[in-house]
Design a protein around this ligand. Structure first.
Ligand code: FES
Ligand SMILES: [Fe+2]
Length: 397
């Protein structure tokens, strides 16, 4: 056990104390008449709060890591991160997929650093400890000379994590053994997602991957804000009936639905979905860091990976039915433009969220999803992980 002043609880107390001091000293210049649960300046730039989020939010969440197109054969792997924790998912000889922390048990080195690849075994690049694809530690160079007799090899295998292959395609990982199964995690979206047949969508030929000077929660807030869309993404106004937006949030998911203009059809001739699903589009969110935008003919996935309090990576892929590169490029370029419109806006916002005397205003009805997410994040940040958070099997999903 750590001494008390080094625990996450103490970190939470010091973050809270700083927030209270900030609130007390800077109070009065802005006097908000209405309460607001939206992202506050003090939550954006605090590195201690960021460290706490990496444990208490990402330690208990399902996070999207990639897809099975990179996991066709035994030994195929993908790497990724759950918050700041690197992980690796590998296809096994028996066809199952298993996930592990992507940390060598010796000195933390990554066993694989490519986003995807193939291996017979995982040999650490630092001191060459070597692991089987099922995680067992196979060998330590000069073991007897380095460690003497009786080194507990079997206790130094890679650390397993929970993995879920959803819709026969998308790979998610979870560190906690107590978090609900993935199906419960996305329960409000599940029945509709099962109908899209995402398993038949293919990954478009390139992805978008950029780092921005943005706090990950600022991106979450923007992604769950249906109010800015008709102003920041004006070019989409002619294809969407923005004013008919339907905002939904439940559990760890949110959904903002916008019907398309009559002239605009993205159904690609499909008739096996509900009228609502064929005649409009959804901007959705899966706590804590995934924005899926599902259509009858494609699925856009945008994930925000925290890097530091003021820095995040935005990683986007599109899956769909078209194999035409020109069509794929059109969709990818459209997404790049949308991402740019959002990140330009939020980058500007980030600097203004340093304003020490400012307090944010109340959420509009169309920011209900964002408020919901901010509440979930704060609730997790205030709740320590359970003592047995990491006890139990990983293969129950
Ligand atoms: S860090 Fe992997 S063998 Fe030393
Ligand atoms: Fe946006």
């Amino acid at each position: 056990m750590l001494p008390d002043d080094l625990t996450e609880q103490a970190l939470h107390q010091s973050v809270t104390r700083r927030k209270d001091r900030w609130e007390r000293e800077s109070r009065g210049l802005v006097d908000p008449p209405l309460p607001s649960d939206m992202l506050q300046p003090w939550e954006v730039w605090d590195e201690d709060l960021f460290a706490l989020e990496m444990i208490r939010v990402f330690g208990r969440s399902w996070v999207w890591l990639g897809d099975t197109e990179d996991l066709a054969e035994p030994g195929d792997y993908i790497t990724g991160r759950i918050g700041m924790q690197p992980v690796i998912v590998i296809r096994q000889d028996d066809g199952s997929v298993r996930g592990f922390l992507n940390n060598c048990r010796h000195r933390a080195a990554a066993l694989a650093s490519e986003p995807a690849g193939h291996c017979q075994a995982l040999a650490c690049p630092y001191h060459a400890w070597t692991y089987a694809i099922d995680g067992r530690l196979l060998s330590i160079p000069d073991m007897n000379r380095m460690y003497g007799q009786g080194f507990p090899m079997e206790e130094y295998g890679l650390v397993p994590i929970r993995v879920k292959v959803a819709f026969d395609k998308l790979v998610f990982g979870c560190l906690s053994r107590k978090a609900p199964p993935f199906e419960s995690w996305i329960a409000p979206l599940l029945p509709r997602y099962e109908k899209y047949k995402i398993g038949s969508y293919r990954r478009y030929h390139r992805e978008l991957d950029e780092v921005y000077p943005i706090n990950w929660k600022a991106f979450v807030e923007n992604s769950n804000d249906d109010y800015h869309v008709r102003f920041v993404h004006r070019r989409l106004n002619k294809v969407r009936k923005q004013m008919d937006t339907v905002v939904r949030f439940e559990g760890r998911t949110t959904s903002g639905y916008k019907p398309h203009a009559e002239s605009f059809d993205m159904s690609l001739g499909r008739t096996d979905l509900n009228e609502e699903d064929l005649r409009g589009s959804y901007a959705e969110f899966v706590y804590p860091n995934l924005t899926p935008l599902p259509y009858a003919s494609q699925l856009i996935m945008v994930r925000v990976d925290p890097i530091a309090a003021g820095r995040s990576r935005l990683f986007s892929r599109i899956y769909g039915l078209t194999e035409e590169i020109a069509l794929q490029n059109r969709e990818l370029d459209g997404l790049a433009l949308t991402n740019k419109e959002d990140t330009d806006m939020v980058t500007q916002l980030m600097e203004n969220l340093r304003s020490p005397f400012y307090r944010v205003g109340p959420p509009s009805v169309w920011e209900g999803r964002a408020q919901h997410m901010m509440r979930l994040i704060r609730q997790d940040v205030a709740t320590p992980l359970d003592a047995d958070e990491f006890e139990g099997p990983v293969d129950k999903d």
